[in-house]
Design a binder for this molecule. Structure first.
Ligand code: ATP
Ligand code: MN
Length: 434
């Protein structure tokens, strides 16, 4: 059994002989004694004091097991406990040119990401990420949703051709999935409300702080739901995740110096605005769309970009649903509102304080002929969607769902600028190594 540093920093261990496994985080040598900071395999540290003759060749990141007595010493960092060691076992003496230190460029940290994941900051982020995944799964399980897994190798586009990654699939052309949605839709007929957590791939050509080319996509789909039901599911799911992650990862948020007071207030209901009202608001604020070197006032029919999303949520601590987008700026499967021709029954959720879109969802077109027409108008290859149209040929039902980007949610929860910081091995237009 491996006792971790975090556990040992506790009064009940004072005076006990223990051992701890980990890596050398810092070294401070004096003539007689050496102070080692040991970092365990969960990013916790404990100060270790040991006879200098036993640590002659020790280097940063060497892997060790240290044996000794736990004692209290107010000078010891992070809690005032230290380990007075009489023995050290060395698993591996690290090469002494370990490239990750206290200060280096972001590029180096990305190039050496396989080592940078050991920084305590990345450890804290990864622990929070693990909790977010755990509580996402828990919400769905507790609320009677079934988890499915959809294929990642596919024949058809979901979100439009410009972000497709092609690949050769034996003698056929295929793609990496942009969304599991169409497969989730197929499963509601036999499992009812279903959800999945799969990587989605988008060849995002612009470099932004909120786009990855591979992201973790949490998607849900259910039969016989209304848009109102879908908004409620999202409010409850997101509030549940935040409440529980704050509760179980307090230490990690403190380490990251994330002030969580606004997150603590996140609860249903979220704010709402129609797309039409949002455009009015942006026009009144003289919001301009900038394309290359020209700029013009935003108009009805324009999609919302990061700047407009920021303006709509600035200084607002609650997430905001934007409801009822024109069909023209939404994918082919969005259901038309028959009382408002040209408008889709769809909503995007914007995170507070300018963090931008974190979910997209709505009702799906369940009428065969309307859907066929939309596929044609979008210029999609009909034969790739024939299976999907079968879902409307055989017992079609009203249904809908939503998709949430885990890294987008994390970027907001962690108050990070760059989405790359939310994953251990980010994929972007410029990076697929390591
Ligand atoms: P955006 O307009 O912000 O680029 P989108 O509308 O193209 O996103 P959707 O197809 O609606 O994205 O995908 C559902 C969700 O997946 C988004 O709300 C977002 O949270 C997440 N997402 C989409 N693209 C990316 C990406 N490139 N990197 C990270 N997350 C993404
Ligand atoms: Mn979207």
């Amino acid at each position: 059994m491996n006792t971790r540093c975090g556990e040992l920093k506790n009064d009940e261990y004072i005076g006990k002989y223990v051992s701890v496994k980990g890596w050398i985080h810092r070294i401070r040598k004096q003539k007689e004694n050496t102070f080692l900071l040991i970092r365990d395999d969960r990013g916790e540290i404990i100060q270790c004091i040991i006879d200098s003759s036993k640590t002659n060749n020790i280097t940063i990141e060497s892997s060790v097991e240290v044996f000794g007595l736990i004692q209290k010493d107010s000078r010891a960092p992070e809690g005032g406990y230290e380990l007075k060691a009489d023995k050290i076992h060395i698993f591996n003496i690290s090469k002494n040119d370990y490239p990750i230190g206290e200060y280096q460029s972001l590029d180096l940290l990305l190039e050496k990401r396989h080592l940078a994941v050991r920084t305590r900051r990345m450890t804290m982020v990864s622990k929070i990420r693990s909790s977010i995944l755990h509580f996402s799964r828990k919400w769905f399980t507790d609320n009677d949703w079934l988890e499915i897994t959809a294929p990642v190798l596919v024949k058809g586009a979901v979100e439009g051709g410009s972000t497709l990654f092609n690949l050769k699939y034996f003698d056929e052309e295929a793609y990496l999935s942009q969304s599991a949605q169409l497969y989730l839709e197929a499963m509601i007929f036999s499992l009812g409300q279903v959800w999945s957590m799969t990587p989605s791939f988008r060849a995002e050509k612009s470099r932004t702080v909120r786009h990855l080319t591979e992201f973790l996509h949490l998607e849900a789909e259910a039969p016989w739901v209304t848009l109102e039901d879908l908004l409620k599911f999202q409010e409850e799911l997101i509030s549940f995740i935040i409440y529980n992650v704050l509760k179980s990862n307090r230490k990690e948020f403190e380490f990251l110096k994330r002030n969580v007071s606004e997150l603590e207030k996140i609860s249903p209901p979220f704010n709402r605005i129609t797309y039409e009202k949002a455009i009015d608001k942006l026009q009144n604020a003289e919001f301009k769309i900038v394309d290359d070197d020209s700029s013009r006032k935003i108009e009805y029919g324009d999609d919302l970009n990061i700047e407009s999303e920021r303006l709509l949520t600035i200084n607002s601590p609650k997430p905001l649903f934007v409801i009822g987008y024109p069909l023209k700026i939404k994918p082919f499967y969005v259901k038309e509102d028959i009382s408002l021709p040209g408008i889709g029954i769809a909503a995007d959720l914007l995170a507070p304080n300018g963090f931008g879109e974190i979910t997209s969802g709505g009702l799906r077109e369940d009428d065969l002929h309307k859907l066929e027409k939309r596929i044609m108008l979008e210029g999609l290859e009909q034969s790739n969607y024939d299976w999907y149209l079968d879902l409307r040929r055989y017992g079609s039902v009203p249904h809908g769902g939503f998709g949430l980007g885990i890294e987008r949610l994390m970027r907001w929860i962690l108050n990070f600028t760059d989405i790359k910081d939310t994953v251990p091995f980010p994929r972007t237009i410029r990076r697929i190594y390591p």
